[in-house]
Design a protein around this ligand. Structure first.
Ligand code: UDX
Length: 447
């Protein structure tokens, strides 16, 4: 099929590459000329396992093209995906400016029936607004062309996006048009091989499904962070509690890892947007408020632990930080807990030596050159001459360090394990002070 995708960001590029992999002819459109130029030269702007080979393969066999010219891309398409960003507005609701601009562009160029697919995470009711925007442009041209707008939310996880896209656990299609559903069935047939993964519903339910999924996952995380904070106070180890509750299949082992708070481009934004939607409808979503509040304070935990250990005086201290990305296997630092930690450390007069396996360029872009930040070439280099080490992101390379060497490197001999990677007794045997999240041994809780 001929597919056109607006937006070559995370979702657009992964979707485009995966649809090309299934034999579709895909054109990706972006307004950013420099990005399109680089993509044409085979440069993939994001780090995502498995994406680059797909892009290269299908740029070479002609199935995947990039352009800044929307007209021909709209005219050729059986399906048009909208996968542009929906950044949060000042009040936290999703900004639809880019989505509606694409809708108008489609309306200006449409020549024949097409299915327009909302792939961006958009508030409930957006499909109607996209339809109206296209219709308004068609009216300007006095063109009578039928089209359908479908909501098909994305469930990609960064770091695993290509696999998630090629082997989805569900394909949610929101459409009240049988014709559009048939087109999507055909498109997704190769993704559906073993059993039908398509869940068809109305547009609004599909739009809410995306928010509900992310809000549910964020709720699990905030819930566990809350249990961790209670565990510290009652002298329990949340890691044992986690295993104890995860064995109940109704709860499950996934997404109950306490830590430094959730970050990334989705959870913080989507929880807030759903809150705004509820508020706009006159409903006070108390649980979502709590999920958000718990997460904000959890992001401050790592600093609090350090501050308590050094009795409120971090001035002149040097802190090593392992992991800057919001999670492993990505260079993405949006809403990353590392940012909250570093800001607080600098505020307190400490300096930072940081290392991340992928996010160093991103860190340089965000913070630039500053006297109180040393971006180091390795995990080893980061700890040299530091007082304490904080693990913020659970990259595999941080999982089994040589604690004896760490004891020699760290002047004050402190490890703050923000992801509960280590066995406290092993760390302590090396003569280091250990603080985890929600582990009874933590001395970091105020009386
Ligand atoms: C998420 C959803 O998982 C995905 O389905 C959706 O399409 C987009 O949002 P992503 O933001 O890439 O994906 O990351 P995810 O792996 O879900 O992690 C989100 C955050 O939660 C990370 O900061 C992670 O460290 C944190 N997390 C996750 C925990 O703190 N504990 C857990 O148990 C799981």
């Amino acid at each position: 099929m001929n597919v056109t995708i607006f937006g070559t960001g995370y979702v657009g590029l992964v979707t485009g590459a995966c649809l090309a992999e299934m034999g579709n002819r895909v054109v990706c459109v972006d307004v950013d000329e420099d990005k399109v130029r680089r993509l044409k030269q085979g440069e993939v702007p994001i780090f995502e396992p498995g994406l680059e080979p797909l892009v290269h393969r299908h740029a070479a066999d002609g199935l995947l093209e990039f352009t800044t010219d929307p007209g021909p891309a709209v005219i050729r398409a059986d399906l048009i995906f909208i996968a542009v960003g929906t950044p949060p507005d000042e009040d936290g609701s999703a900004d639809l400016r880019y989505v509606l601009a694409v809708a108008r562009t489609i309306g200006r160029h449409l020549q024949h029936y097409s299915v327009i697919v909302d792939k961006s995470t958009v508030p409930v009711g957006t499909a109607d607004r996209v339809r109206e925007a296209i219709q308004a442009e068609l009216q300007v041209r006095s063109a009578e062309i039928s089209f359908d707008v479908v909501s098909n939310p994305e469930f990609l996880k960064e770091g695993n996006a290509v696999v998630d896209c090629l082997r989805p656990d569900r394909i949610v299609i929101g459409s009240s048009s049988a014709r559009a559903v048939e087109v999507l069935r055909k498109l997704y047939a190769p993704f559906n091989r073993n059993h039908d993964r398509m869940v068809v519903m109305d547009e609004r339910s599909a739009e809410l499904t995306k928010y509900a999924a992310n809000a549910m996952l964020a709720t699990k995380i905030s819930f566990m962070n809350e249990v961790a904070n209670i565990a510290e106070r009652v002298g329990a180890d949340v890691e044992l509690v986690r295993k104890g509750i995860g064995s109940d299949p109704r709860i499950g082992y996934d997404f109950i890892y306490p830590g430094a708070g959730y970050g990334g481009s989705c959870f913080p934004k989507d929880v807030q947007a759903l809150l705004r939607t509820a508020t706009a409808e006159g409903y006070d979503a108390r649980l979502l408020h709590a999920v958000e509040t718990v997460n904000q304070s959890q992001k401050e935990r790592l600093f609090q632990i350090l501050s308590r250990h050094f009795q409120g005086d971090l001035k002149g201290r040097c802190i090593a930080v392992w992991g800057l990305a919001f999670k492993p296997n990505t260079d993405d630092m949006r809403e990353a807990p590392s940012r909250t930690l570093l800001a607080a450390l600098w505020q307190a007069g400490a300096t930072v030596r940081a290392y991340d396996p992928e996010a160093m360029d991103e860190a340089r872009r965000i913070w630039g050159e500053r006297a109180d930040l040393q971006l180091c070439a390795s995990a080893d280099e980061a700890v040299q001459g530091a007082d304490a080490l904080v693990i913020v992101t659970e990259w595999k390379v941080f999982r089994s360090p040589d604690f004896t060497r760490l004891r020699q490197a760290l002047a004050a001999g402190v490890i703050v394990d923000g992801r509960n990677l280590y066995a406290p007794e092993v760390v302590e045997q090396a003569g280091l002070a250990y603080y985890g999240i929600g582990r009874g041994r933590s001395l970091a809780v105020s009386a």
